[in-house]
Design a protein around this ligand. Sequence first.
Ligand SMILES: C[S@@+](CC[C@H](N)C(=O)[O-])C[C@H]1O[C@@H](n2cnc3c(N)ncnc32)[C@H](O)[C@@H]1O
Ligand SMILES: [Zn+2]
Ligand SMILES: [Zn+2]
Ligand SMILES: [Zn+2]
Length: 736
Amino acid sequence: MIERDLDIPFVANLALREKQIQQNYRPVIAVHKWFARRPGTLFRSLLLSEFTSQPLARAFYQGNNISRVRVADPFMGGGTPVLEANRLGCKVVGYDINPMAYWIVKQETETIDLRAYEKAAGILRTNLAARVGHLYQTRCLECGSEQARVKYFLWVKVRDCRNCGREFALFPGYQVAANRRHPKTVLLCADCGELNEVDSRDHPGDCSSCGKPLVVKGPARSGRCACPHCGEVNPYSDAESDPPRHRMFAIEYHCADCRPYHRGRFFKKPEPADLARYDEACSQWKKTRSRFVPDDLIPRGDETDRLLRWGYRRYREMFNPRQLLGLELSCRIIEKEPDERLRDALRTNLSDLLRYQNMLCRYDTVALKSLDIFSVHGFPVGLVQCESNLPGIRNTHKGINVGSGGWSNITDKFAKAKSFCDAPFEFHHQGSRKVKVMVPNEWIGRTRNGSGRVETRELELHCADAAEARPRPGSLDAVLTDPPYFGNVQYAELMDFCYVWLRRMVGKNAEGFANPSTRNVRELTGNMNMGRGLTSFTEGLSRVFQRMAGGLKRGSPFVFTYHHNDLEAYLPIAVAMLDAGLTCSASLPCPGEMGASIHISGTKSSIVDTVFVCRSTGHVPRRWIVRTPEAVADLVADDIRQLRAGGVRATQGDARCLACGHVIRLAVWNLRKNWHKEEPTDSKRKSIARWIEKFGGLEAVLGHLRGLSATAAHEQLMMVREPESDYGVWDAKVSF
Ligand SMILES: C[S@@+](CC[C@H](N)C(=O)[O-])C[C@H]1O[C@@H](n2cnc3c(N)ncnc32)[C@H](O)[C@@H]1O
Ligand SMILES: [Zn+2]
Ligand SMILES: [Zn+2]
Ligand SMILES: [Zn+2]
């Protein structure tokens, strides 16, 4: 039983490690990008604690088979709970309203002949390299070889001055590379464009080429930039302007011959030949009649409005002609693949590749790599963009890829993802030692790959609004999900960027692909553009919870993760639990989103999710049913102590999320007996808010927490006051 048996320090430790390098722990996620994937180790642990009798830390590393269990996930997204349940042998039903999610989970779980895939991927890379490979070559400055290969082209946005009409570049700064991964700081000369390798960023000296003083700061700041010719201060873009234009200013390349003798990376200023290669790509693209490049307009939206403000009107305008040429040719090669399964795999690869092959990618000047368009949950338009080598650069001796964002990167990680499905593993940590443990007899998919006898599993995937789902009453042993968090990620607006290409290849008759966009009025996320606020979010969530709870066996768990800093955003989930006739029997802590992820660093970040466990009937330990904010603060302190035991340092933001979780759990506990689901949504939400207010309010809990840590730093909270009894002590329990 989860409430009693989930070993929080164990799970927290694994989940934290997983979220740091998610692809190492769950390579299957590399099939295609999806946003905010929760840790697989958490969902595996939840299933094992509920359905096996061994201690979690033991069951976790063994091959398990709980095929008697049927699990549903109404919001499958990238498929984390679906994949974990399927891997344990469960019968699984998954829903998602977004056709991209549906497509991705299908690709993750569909069997593939890996040898045939690797062959097909190899043919694609070879054909592509023959057509466009030369467009990514450059001359090595060290040895003069013309065979060096470009890892990244760096581009800066340019505009014409609205006063003098002359073109100028919008440089926010002139640092091309910091001296962390490279021995020196690389600075671009603002005057002549030469690249200079300097010892000190603070005293960079003069340009080696023109002798002018080098500077680090650029002229572009806060949406404005002064024209260097006449001094007029221009905005980056005008409302009616065309899509942004770019100028190539630097290249990072790879020379296989010089590499063994060279310290650091290879940078160069583009030479005329480099510019000529780009011109060649442009003129070739002009002559090409595109069959696969989508022509779709970018619709208005909470996230897409930023693109429109920059003058982008169509998705295709977010790519340069060399990228369009390479992508079009890639599609043509893919569509010639006769085997449908392999074709779908390569189409999925192309769709995932797009995020690295567009002119919104940025260059990380410290890590010296490309940041894909989805490195934040939005469409941030930068001033300096990074174009990656399209075929990719493979170091065949070492079997690794040089640089990121090319075909070879994508197909290699796809192959790893699918081989994980055939032979999954986990990591065991002993001190600083990390041991890979193969987990025998487990596999992911509908049909087992390559095993002598045919083994199949029930896996039902629906591209549908989960509010319309009708699971047979009493057919489900668990609902396990990660619902959308109000307003956090605009899944559909972002995924349309890939969808418009994928749809062009698979056609509008493929399941879920009838509409030109993945947007759906019934998607559950706050969206100003679609007029969806907290009320429609609450109603939708409530409908889904009711449908799913209706399918659950009596007393079976309905478990979901949730994360938000704002108590308001928790009210809808309380309404949904109560409307569905569920009692919240636990709110448990577990790391979910990493502080190091770009999209939340710098904010008052919190990484810990609350895992809500709900049932129609069951037991809870008496000590969780508390009556004062002070006692809630004690429970949060307990949570933090448990996380700490798993090596997770909770921040103040985390404490706030956990406090929200407990307060919501208690509100549900106390309101469930007199709940009237037919009341208007807003008044239901208000009655929860009122209960919380009467209880003392979230701020009172936080106040007590601060009191607990008054003399210590917030992460030492738990050392100040040790709880008297253990979290797991179940001597006194209350039935519901
Ligand atoms: C937080 S994500 C799930 C992420 C997933 N657990 C993972 O780890 O990748 C929530 C998902 O809910 C989906 N969704 C939103 N509204 C929906 C609805 N009405 N019916 C079904 N799915 C919906 C979104 O498309 C999104 O994929
Ligand atoms: Zn060389
Ligand atoms: Zn210079
Ligand atoms: Zn000017």
